[in-house]
Design a protein around this ligand. Sequence first.
Ligand SMILES: Nc1ncnc2c1ncn2[C@@H]1O[C@H](COP(=O)(O)OP(=O)(O)OP(=O)(O)O)[C@@H](O)[C@H]1O
Ligand SMILES: [Mg+2]
Length: 343
Amino acid sequence: MSTTGATKMIRVEGPAALPPDDVLFGCSAAMEEVRQKALKISRTNVPILLTGAGGTGKEVLARWIHAHSSQASGEFVKVNCAAIPGSLLESELFGHEKGAFTGATAAKPGRVEAAHQGTLFLDEIGDLDSGLQSKLLHFLQDGFFSRLGDSSERIVDARVICSSGKRLEEEISAGRFRADLYYRINVVKITMPKLADRRSDIPRLAEFFRRMHAEQFAKQCEPFGPEIMNYLQNLAWPGNLRELSNCMARYIVIGPESLTQREPARSKPGLTIPGSGAAGPVPLKRVAKDAIREMERNAIIEALRANHWNRRKAAQELKISYRSLIYKIRDAGLIVKRSQIGP
Ligand SMILES: Nc1ncnc2c1ncn2[C@@H]1O[C@H](COP(=O)(O)OP(=O)(O)OP(=O)(O)O)[C@@H](O)[C@H]1O
Ligand SMILES: [Mg+2]
């Protein structure tokens, strides 16, 4: 990774690094709200609940809050409640004494103890089983807990951040999540917006991931031109930032053709969804016309791809004028009108 400008990562404790703030929070209104809340609460000790769809950056925000908290010198301890089977999770969280269960050959402190004077990040808290929900509630009420097989109580002072991709209110209604635990962890809730709700951040994020993966795979890669950026800004991104990051990794490894396998999600004037169209029988004339358009469209894609999306060079290769290519690109519904790309 370059160490200059916007791509510099801030290393916090542990294996993960944080993107710089201008990348992490971007410039969208949705993320400005997140930034304001995160700034206000980072230096207080209130429990935080981070919600939002998969890949929206809940863990990244939890790490940012820890790095900007008064416990930043303590550990950031992540426990993935969905990944560890219930039977093991209790001992993982709260630790055990020697002989507490078959195989407990030595005493072991839990993750809660490791988070003393740091941050305990309970990822996917909605997956915690009911027995553990009670024990966690007890711990959150006063900081007391006991290791498995130990009757004495210990006390830990840790900031607790929980995350959930599941809607906890629905889990409560379905009887799977304790309402009292919900109120305890949900003192401040921050909901991470979907990438589709913060499209103005896509160029900066795409550029960040492009540079990051170029460094990771030791590949040279030119910054994106306005057409690719525009194309990326119009995709659906159901997998949010994780999907964008993976998409940029594929772009670095495979090349621009990896992008043409994607389908834009939004219909904007001048941008049509490839492959879309009315269902039902189609007249023969229309079939032929569509086939020609499809061949032309593929030839344009090939030329653009071969020329790194440079339209002037692609036009030369196709032996048509630059202006005709622009019209054809627009007519083929490939990318967008020139006016939407900007000067
Ligand atoms: N604001 C951001 N700026 C740059 N990269 C980000 C940002 N948010 C998330 N990422 C990257 O996107 C990916 C997903 O982020 P993260 O794991 O924090 O999401 P999540 O909401 O916890 O996802 P899940 O619910 O699937 O666990 C990671 O690779 C992370 O580094
Ligand atoms: Mg996560």
